[in-house]
Ligand binder design. Sequence first.
Ligand SMILES: Nc1ncnc2c1ncn2[C@@H]1O[C@H](COP(=O)(O)OP(=O)(O)OP(=O)(O)O)[C@@H](O)[C@H]1O
Ligand SMILES: [Mg+2]
Length: 499
Amino acid sequence: MSDYALEMRRIEKSFAVPVLKGVDFAVKKGEVHALVGGNGAGKSTLMKIMTGVYSKDAGEIFIDGKTAVINNIHDANRYGIAMIFQELSLIQTMTVAENIFLGDEVTKNGVRDTAYMNRRSKEVLSSLGINVEPNTIVGTLSVGMSQMVEIAKAIAKEAKILVLDEPTASLSDSETEHLFRLIAELKSKGVSMIYISHRMNEILKVADSITILRDGLIAHTDQIENMDLNSIIMHMLKNKEGKKFDWVERDYDEQAPDLLTVEHLKVNDSIADISFSLKPGEILGFAGLMGSGRTEILETLFGRRRMLDGVVKLSGKKISLNNTKDAINAGFALIPEDRRKQGLVLIHTVKENAILPRVTRLCRKKLFVDEKQANEMVENNVKELNIITDNIHKRINLLSGGNQQKVVLAKWLNMKPEIIMLDEPTAGVDIGAKAEIIDLIRKLANEKKGVLFVSSELTELMAVCDRIIVLYDGRITGSLSRRELKAEEELQHAIQQKC
Ligand SMILES: Nc1ncnc2c1ncn2[C@@H]1O[C@H](COP(=O)(O)OP(=O)(O)OP(=O)(O)O)[C@@H](O)[C@H]1O
Ligand SMILES: [Mg+2]
């Protein structure tokens, strides 16, 4: 018997260029092992090799001390390996139980034994403290709950090694807490977990050990108690200059006429009366818990949701926002929360995606540029946002998760919008790129653009905003000037207040 559930030795993998250059990675039984590294470092690729999605060019894999041959996902399943992908893979129209038993349905006298499958699913779900009825249709569940079901599915198949690739990226705080309890539960059952995340505070909280990948090689591996935020970042960025997250006090004309005025905006019954204004050059943050209405407000201003009541004025002139075309023509851009689904054409190249809004008919301003100019612009995006890609003609779905997100950002920045709305723009991007994005937001504001910025990461709001509006349950419960905010805890406290 080996102490290790998994060992990967000298793993190599190249696509157009080498991505993994001889990686050793080992996970002990019953531990939570964090796998971190910059966007494009090779984390997902390493895990996809272990789960049989990709084949390796060289190297060996051992499961419980014995050589393992993993050529496809079924092989991986047989070795007790399961991966929860960031893009969830449950079938939305089926029930929870049908999903859990998908691929190995139980039959009785030739028909599906729904009663048994429901009963057995219930057992697995309750043993993990997941409170959902097995006959619920998956499409009706929250993202958090779907993820729990996916984990239950892996456990029902007796997974011994579970990979969680950025599991909390779209979870609310309470869902994240629930996930952490589930992780603890699985650990006590002896399951080994590999936890990939760009949220360092989560890693420090949930992991027992950590491996840091940099440029296709292991930069460091250690017990978590020997590490802290700074040492992790140092290993991730080595030789690359890390930018700080500190607040830089900025000047904008607080007496200037409004760039944007929103009066009594009604989105639905709970978000019924939202009023605020934005000055040219101002960065206005929205803070609040998941479900407090931040995303809905931005989506309404972008014409993606119907505005039921209220007035929106741009530089004092009333405008109508019936659809996204109106919003884009008025000079709004929205970088959505769910970027990969809403923001990209996955079969197109980096360049095609980056110049997309400029070439669609949506944009009447005839901003279209010639090939040379387009290439220059996108090359510049790649440099400025440090997008890791072989070249700008690479298909976007072949980029790493975080790098895809940077392309969405580039795409909207290239539109030169007057008002730029960002919904969790740094989710899934690495520490270095987070700082780049924050810098870029400042730069836009310095050009007298207006910025509306939604983030669950209070450190970020504190770093970049001039003013922060606090929302609770669809109502504005406060407006805080950054200058007067002394500590993050004050903001934390504010978002939890009902009035
Ligand atoms: N199928 C593929 N074809 C070509 N290149 C690929 C393919 N899959 C991954 N790559 C490249 O391999 C590199 C590593 O990607 P990977 O997805 O492993 O990064 P990652 O560490 O998971 O990053 P992130 O934190 O952004 O998710 C990237 O440069 C990516 O473009
Ligand atoms: Mg990845």
